[in-house]
Ligand binder design. Structure first.
Ligand SMILES: [Zn+2]
Ligand SMILES: [Zn+2]
Length: 149
């Protein structure tokens, strides 16, 4: 019988307890995509903010915008022969980077178990849990081979 690994979410603000089966256990440290994304992007975003505040940062931003507009113009200047007059797409109203905040941190895990520990990734349940990962051992692949197709 396969055991699920007992994991505590690696984001200090969360500490959500969850489980992973050996098939899904790749050394994952966060309870869900929201947490892993936040943990991964938090430092990057902070560095980006610092960069934007500098004059070089603003200049680079303006250059990127100009290059983008230039690309749009080129795309729409040469419609294929015989095509109806091209409709120029409206320019985006702002950076598309601010959409991913506020994504359910308090959301219950998918396949939330009534009692049995459940893999947070695929939903597999097991009455057994372990506290060590298989990601760094040779057990994982052998177990997968032994499983019926
Ligand atoms: Zn979490
Ligand atoms: Zn799984």
């Amino acid at each position: 019988m396969e055991a699920l690994r007992f994991v505590v979410c690696g984001r200090p603000e969360c500490r959500q307890v969850f489980f992973l089966c050996s098939a899904c256990d790749r050394g994952r440290r966060y309870c869900g995509s929201a947490c892993s994304r936040r943990a991964r992007t938090a430092s990057v975003r902070e560095a980006g903010r610092r960069y934007q505040r500098t004059r070089d940062g603003r200049h680079a931003h303006a250059a990127r915008q100009a290059a983008w507009r230039q690309r749009q113009k080129v795309t729409h200047q040469a419609p294929p022969p015989g095509a109806p007059e091209a409709t120029v797409a409206p320019e985006p109203t702002g950076p598309a980077m601010e959409a991913d905040t506020q994504v359910g941190s308090a959301r219950p895990l998918p396949h939330a178990p009534p009692s049995l520990p459940t893999c947070a990734s695929c939903g597999r349940t097991s009455p057994f849990t372990r506290h060590t990962t298989l990601a760094r051992t040779h057990l994982g692949p052998r177990w997968r081979r032994a499983r019926p197709p």
